[in-house]
Write a protein that binds this ligand. Structure first.
Ligand SMILES: [Fe+2]
Ligand SMILES: [Fe+2]
Length: 187
């Protein structure tokens, strides 16, 4: 069992002050979204605090951890290991440390999203996208949608993420594409 105080100790012992601040803003945003849309605010807060627990590992350390925990490494993950795999690696490590399964799965999917996400998973995905420290074109639209509709906001975030990746000529992992397709199924 990992409570709020333990989560704070874990990130303070490993992440830079800047990333700790980001994690606390994500925690506050995720808790607020959870209250609004019917997930556990306490679980969302811990998910936010811990979501980037493995973000400061090097690519080599990330790949070593993936091998240790049996996390799958596809062609895109092999090209950008720490960016794509820091969520799944953190999820595996924290699961072994006793973190609740619903929080583990939210952390695992926070970067790419995926199909069939739970409310808690959506709250963390969106909180990481929208936290007040972020600023980029189109973000205000996602924030406005998140006032009233979790699914509409997640759909917009998934679309913007894909457009950004494609605009940079980067690959899109299957889970991100599946989230986009699922959230735009009516179009
Ligand atoms: Fe992250
Ligand atoms: Fe993050």
């Amino acid at each position: 069992m990992i409570d709020h105080a333990k989560a704070e100790r874990l990130i303070a012992g490993r992440l830079s002050p800047r990333r700790c601040e980001h994690s606390r803003r994500v925690a506050a945003e995720a808790a607020e979204l959870a209250r609004r849309f019917g997930a556990s605010p306490e679980a969302a807060e811990i998910a936010g605090l811990l979501h980037d627990y493995c973000r400061d590992l090097t690519d080599a350390e990330t790949l070593a951890a993936a091998a240790r925990y049996g996390v799958a490494v596809g062609p895109l993950e092999a090209r950008r290991p720490k960016h794509i795999l820091h969520g799944p690696i953190a999820a595996a490590e924290l699961s072994a440390a006793g973190l609740d399964a619903d929080i583990v799965s939210a952390i695992a999917r926070h970067t790419t999203g995926g199909p069939g996400m739970t409310v808690l998973e959506k709250c963390l995905y969106l909180a990481d996208f929208c936290e007040p420290g972020r600023q980029f074109a189109g973000l205000d639209e996602v924030r406005a949608l998140s006032d009233t509709s979790l699914d509409a906001a997640v759909a917009a975030a998934a679309r913007m993420s894909l457009l950004d990746l494609i605009g940079r000529g980067r690959g899109v992992v299957p889970d991100a594409l599946a989230l986009y397709n699922e959230t735009h199924a009516g179009n």
